[in-house]
Design a protein around this ligand. Structure first.
Ligand code: MLT
Length: 401
């Protein structure tokens, strides 16, 4: 008899963003003429800069010529891209990596899920609440659960400035997920807090899975761009980065993961295991897309992606300021493209979604979808079109709080 993976039966019926999309679709079917503004899923709206699409076109042309055609590429990514990553994203910050510590992939979401292949099911993972749902769902799929005691939640609430500390843990954990700047709260973890987590991991022989997909949105002091800016991190942390929110690659697909050679568990290098896993289960990101990602590191590429990031950051300011003027309690939005707001009058998150959809025709993401501590909160993204973002805030203001 076939037995299915019971973990799948423990999952919530729908992935959060699919559930939101379903409600919006139903509403739109009923009211086809309503102009809905979507600030729900964190998907970019600005087109890919031409310097990138030109590189992709050139690479596509190469594929049509016998002399320059390429078949299977290296599963871990082409050297031309990994060299740029090492130089621009790390050496520029005083961090040294070899290219074989960089693994190019088709998304940080895939990598944070797939990385669980490397760990024993008995390992206990710590996840914040609220959290990017992928961390939780992939662990449930891998057979872990809160009931069995191998998933532990750490409160990320306003009382701890949405930055849980190791001393708040009730038991030892083996794997710790940290996302900074955070999805969904939009809060970037202070360097001092991250240092405490590194100390914890060193002391407890734990591993930190550090999701830095929104790193490009950081501004100001006291926050690191890479976990490896902190001494000792190479021995305890894996870092996930993405071109999606940095260079608009949500539809192109390209990301990378850093697994330092120094990172060992019981004498085994995780770098070697991941390499083995990638070679077996992954065919690599397409050549043309990697050429596009390479163009991100040209002078022109850096200039235009910075302009795009600034555009989204300005959206975040518009949302934050507008909501504050309207009397909302608002978090995030400074170092991140997400604004985390408290719903007025303790309205439940999903009710607030429905209310906003019906009365303002604005879509966001219900906080409780990210965990029970997200109940009574709501997330808006800054990735929308500027005029639509302004319109959304105007409509929300008009509702009154
Ligand atoms: C989100 O809205 O949280 C993002 O789309 C997450 C992701 O990049 O998968």
């Amino acid at each position: 008899m076939v037995n299915i993976n019971q973990g799948f039966l423990q999952l919530q019926n729908n992935y959060l963003f699919s559930e939101v999309a379903k409600r919006v679709e139903n509403y739109q079917k009923e009211y086809p003429n309503k102009k809905i503004i979507r600030l729900g899923i964190g998907d970019v709206t600005l087109p890919i800069p031409e310097v990138i699409t030109n590189a992709i076109k050139k690479a596509a042309d190469e594929m049509s010529q016998k002399e320059s055609f390429r078949g299977y590429g290296p599963e871990q990514g082409y050297a031309f891209l990994k060299e740029k990553i090492v130089v621009y994203d790390y050496q520029a910050r005083g961090i040294d990596f070899n290219t074989d510590e960089v693994f190019v992939s088709d998304g940080a979401k895939c990598d944070v899920g797939n990385i669980l292949d490397l760990f024993d099911r008995e390992n206990c993972v710590a996840i914040t609440d609220p959290v990017y749902p992928v961390y939780l769902d992939t662990n449930i799929m891998a057979g872990r659960s809160e009931k069995q005691g191998n998933i532990v939640f750490m409160k990320a609430v306003k009382e701890n400035k949405f930055q849980p500390l190791p001393e708040e843990l009730e038991k030892h954990v083996d794997i710790i997920y940290l996302c900074s700047p955070n999805n969904p709260t939009g809060v970037a973890m202070k360097k001092k807090v991250l240092e405490k987590w590194i100390e914890y991991a060193q002391k407890e022989n734990s591993i930190i899975l550090y999701d830095a997909a929104y790193e490009a949105y950081i501004e100001g002091e006291g926050v690191v761009h890479s976990i490896y800016e902190i001494d000792g991190a190479k021995k305890v942390a894996i870092e996930f980065k993405s071109f999606s929110k940095t260079a608009g690659f949500t539809g192109l697909r390209c990301a990378y993961t850093i697994i330092p050679k120094e990172l060992e568990v019981n004498g085994v290098k995780l770098n070697e295991l991941w390499k083995r896993r990638m070679a077996t289960k992954f065919n690599g990101v397409s050549y043309v897309v990697q050429r596009g990602a390479e163009a991100v590191y040209t002078k022109e590429g850096q200039k235009v992606i910075r302009q795009n990031i600034e555009y989204y950051k300005e959206n975040a300011r518009v949302i934050k300021k507008g909501l504050e003027e309207a009397g909302y309690e608002v978090y995030g939005g400074e170092n991140a493209p997400y604004i985390w707001l408290k719903t007025p009058d303790h309205i439940k998150s999903w009710d607030f979604l429905d209310m906003l959809l019906e009365k303002a025709n604005v879509v966001g993401t219900p906080g409780v979808g990210f965990g029970k501590n997200g109940e009574g909160y709501f997330r808006l993204t800054a990735f929308g079109d500027r005029e639509e973002t302004k319109m959304a805030i105007k409509r929300i203001k008009e509702l009154g709080v």
